[in-house]
Design a protein around this ligand. Structure first.
Ligand code: SF4
Length: 351
């Protein structure tokens, strides 16, 4: 990666490269700095690299605090500048106005590492690996229900079933590919391929076997996005919470078809109105599991029409305890029924 950054610096005429290291990977800071020192000693970084006058380039490592949204390039730039990780409006794009207003090329680790191989071995060598539309290899981080989780590297175009066989996955019910915002793939799709033209991924490959409850998997992802939304735009800030609330409502046995319709409406708003990719993709897992693992939702749809998620009578139980009242008038639903029947309520009635 450092070599790729140096090549990129030479090509675009940059003097400085920055590595953004997520806080979770703090343990890598010393080894990375040691590698940079070695490169400086070998004249592969610094002034006049390899004796070439004017080829000045060095690399610094910056630590982030671990926000998911900082994978978005402009939020990453904000964070690098010491500000809150909030995606910028575009244009201007980072290549014209990026870090501290300077032209900035933002690339991921894998791209820069591949650039080194392409420079050393040539584009034809690289293009011979993978598919016609997705050249090269893809590194997958395989986790979940399998015997051999870990880091795997494949030529682009590898079938999902091949990855599952290699890592010793059995009774696989689903793969979540490309992380929480990616695609949930069912067994009838295991013949699909990891490639830009089929299933694109940054590298995450999570496996769920038949013992997993896909509704709960999706509910967990819905809550993840509530935590990770940066809060800048309303569709995502509010939409992720509405989605998680709807999933909780179903989980607690108050859900019906009305709530499924509500979920689709929220997902559409997230997709079409969110400011950045995080919000636009935050509903993907719920949408996929609703389409592909519908029985896990059906099991929980106990309500025919609509039932409020908030149980007022239950919420009042503490006050009934405090006041020592447990007569019918102290219960919301009884008073509510009286009202519906047209019977007046007296002052002080909790209805
Ligand atoms: S979509 Fe979500 S993460 Fe992106 S800017 Fe809006 S609130 Fe922030």
């Amino acid at each position: 990666m450092f070599e790729g950054m140096t090549i990129a610096g030479y090509v675009i005429g940059a003097k400085k490269g920055l590595v953004y290291l997520r806080g979770e990977y703090r343990y890598l800071l010393e080894p990375l700095n040691a590698a940079l020192e070695k490169r400086r000693a070998a004249k592969l970084l610094g002034r006049s690299i390899l004796g070439r006058t004017g080829f000045d380039f060095d690399i610094e490592i910056h630590l982030g605090a671990g926000a998911y949204v900082c994978g978005e390039e402009t939020a990453l730039l904000e964070s690098l500048e010491g500000k809150r990780g909030v995606p910028r409006k575009r244009p201007p794009f980072p290549v014209t106005s990026g870090y501290l207003g300077q032209p900035t090329a933002v690339n991921n680790v894998e791209t820069l590492a591949s650039a080194t191989l392409i420079a050393a071995k040539g584009a034809d060598w690289y293009k011979a690996i993978g598919t016609s539309k997705s050249a090269g290899t893809k590194i997958l981080s395989v986790s979940g229900d399998c015997e051999r989780p870990g880091i795997y590297e494949y030529p682009y175009g590898v079938h999902v079933s091949q990855v599952l066989a290699d890592c010793g996955a059995r009774d696989t019910q689903a793969c979540q590919i490309a992380g929480a915002s990616g695609m949930c793939v069912a067994p009838n799709e295991f013949g699909r391929r990891i490639a830009f033209e089929d299933i694109p991924t940054g590298g995450s490959f999570m496996i769920f076997n038949n013992s997993r409850d896909m509704f709960e998997v999706a509910r967990n992802f819905a809550h993840f996005f509530v935590d990770e939304s940066c809060g800048f735009c309303t569709p995502c800030r509010v939409g992720t919470t509405l989605l998680a609330n709807a999933m909780d409502k179903i989980h607690e046995g108050h859900g019906g078809e009305f709530d499924i319709g509500d979920i689709w409406r929220v997902i559409k708003t997230l997709k079409t109105a969110s400011h950045c990719g995080l919000g636009q993709t935050a509903g993907n897992c719920v949408a996929d599991t609703l389409q592909k693992f519908r029985p896990s939702y059906e099991l929980r749809l106990t309500v025919r029409d609509f039932e409020p998620a908030f149980d007022l009578d239950k919420a009042l139980s503490k006050m009934r305890e405090v006041t020592g009242r447990d007569d019918p008038g102290a219960h919301f639903h009884i008073a509510h029924r009286k009202n519906k029947a047209g019977i007046g309520t007296k002052a002080g009635d909790p209805a």
